[in-house]
Design a protein around this ligand. Structure first.
Ligand SMILES: Nc1nc2c(ncn2[C@@H]2O[C@H](COP(=O)(O)OP(=O)(O)OP(=O)(O)O)[C@@H](O)[C@H]2O)c(=O)[nH]1
Ligand SMILES: [Mg+2]
Length: 425
């Protein structure tokens, strides 16, 4: 983790507004960096952005701006400069040497939050892997601060300061070890998922802090930790959607997304995100009260594409609708997102409506069947109860007449059983 002493470090935030982009995007991204920094207990002294046609290859910012920042660092006694962009190893090294101040970029801050919030061995390993991959190309001539005793950046447990000084070979070895360990967990998860394949699976996805865990809690009656913090959830949790009939609908809550999510993190979290890839339906939860709603939707869609989950059917859920107070705003949302489900994790009625929409989605996918079971095979009825939703059962002269609904997978299972019993060809 970033080593900073107990007292809050004074930080200054910097961003570049590329003229090809909308200014609001730069500003809201810088605000987001501020919330990340606040979650890390940094003391935010100020922020600024510079408009440029393109980033300077050597220093990202222009030289004039760098001088201005240097003065601020001196007068405000800034400890760390936070950059709202990803810096190349050379840019990072140059800026840090020039400013003579610890410089952290967006990726490092996101990695740091993940490191602090990781609780399970798996998520800790995933974060460590991403940190090491980030660190590897930066080892040669490591940024000046890494050599300092105080205020240097180390990674979370086991990847700390000491490891920064060990050679690349050891880091590569560690990377291989972590990848192998994670691979093992991924295999175990695959087996678990197979067991669940007779259930419908719903993955809750969306931008960080959109209210995914709060909705999961409301829908399933569990009490997972929901917090007004970015990346409160890093692990995937699966629960049964309450009050549903056979087959069960399983809901999985997982890690949230953010713009410019480091690729190494997405790659490391592939296994955790397998609940998303394997889902039959995605609930794309978005904070309906956020002015950055569109950007959040776009980011989530991009990450879904990156992890190979862009073909799964999606229900868009505009959450926190209780916070949309202005009638005008509400009208615009209704018009623009006519297909979306308007919800609030704080409103039981709306949660129940969401639950109905989910069950309705799957009911539509159920296949209606009429199966006749000869009395000599009466034991099959209990199997039908297991693998389908029995709606009516009548004991006729020629056999037991069952009206039931089932999934396509279970229909194939039933056909196999009937075939083996020579009840069908
Ligand atoms: N007003 C209001 N607040 C909500 C609603 N849903 C969630 N929140 C609050 O928003 C914050 C974030 O909620 P979470 O459920 O942790 O969000 P998340 O999407 O799981 O966030 P991460 O796990 O950090 O990605 C918490 O403080 C919740 O209490 C809602 O519908 N209305
Ligand atoms: Mg969460």
């Amino acid at each position: 983790m970033i080593e900073y002493s107990q007292e809050n470090k004074k930080v200054y935030l910097l961003g570049v507004h590329l003229k090809s982009q909308k200014l609001e995007v730069t500003i809201s991204s810088l605000e987001e960096l501020e919330s990340i920094a606040r979650s890390l207990d940094f003391d935010i002294i100020g922020k600024m952005h510079q408009s440029r046609v393109s980033p300077d290859s050597k220093s990202y910012f222009g030289q004039g701006k760098l001088n201005q920042i240097k003065d601020i660092i001196a007068s405000e006694k800034i400890d760390i400069v936070l950059f709202d962009h990803d810096l190349s190893p050379n840019q990072g090294k140059y800026i840090e040497t020039y400013l003579d101040c610890l410089v952290l970029d967006r990726t490092q801050l996101i990695l740091e939050i993940f490191a602090q919030h990781a609780k399970t061995p798996e998520s800790k390993n995933q974060v460590e892997l991403a940190q090491l991959k980030y660190m590897l190309p930066r080892l040669v001539g490591m940024w000046a601060h890494l050599d300092r005793e105080k205020g240097g950046i180390g990674a979370s447990k086991g990847t700390g300061e000491k490891q920064i000084n060990i050679d690349r070979t050891l880091i590569r070895k560690r990377i291989h070890h972590l990848e192998a360990t994670l691979q093992k967990v991924a295999m175990e998860r695959k087996v678990q998922n197979k067991k669940r394949s007779d259930c419908f699976q719903v993955g809750i996805v969306g931008y960080t802090n959109a209210g995914k865990t709060s909705l999961m809690n409301g829908l399933t009656g569990v009490e997972l930790l929901a917090q007004d913090k970015l990346f409160a959830t890093l692990e995937s949790t699966t629960r049964i959607l309450s009050d549903t009939q056979s087959p069960n609908i399983l809901l999985s809550d997982t890690v949230g997304f953010i713009r410019n999510l480091p690729h190494s993190l997405v790659a490391s979290f592939r296994s955790t995100l397998s609940v998303v890839r394997d889902a039959d339906l995605l609930l794309h939860v978005v904070d309906g009260s956020s002015p950055d709603l569109k950007e959040h939707i776009r980011t989530t869609e991009e990450v879904l594409k990156e992890i190979g989950a862009s073909n799964i059917p999606v229900l868009l859920v505009l959450n926190k609708i209780d916070q949309v107070i202005e009638e005008m705003d509400s009208m615009i949302l209704t018009k623009e997102y006519a297909e979306a489900i308007f919800c609030s994790a704080r409103n039981e009625e709306l949660i129940n409506l969401l639950k109905q929409k989910i069950t309705h989605f799957f009911n539509q996918k159920m296949i209606q069947k009429e199966t006749t079971i000869p009395y000599r095979h009466a034991g099959l009825v209990s199997k039908l109860y297991q693998i389908s939703r029995v709606e009516n059962i009548a004991y006729e002269e020629h056999g037991i007449q069952v009206s039931h609904a089932m999934t396509q997978i279970n229909e194939r299972i039933l056909e196999k059983i009937l075939h083996e019993m020579s009840l069908i060809n």
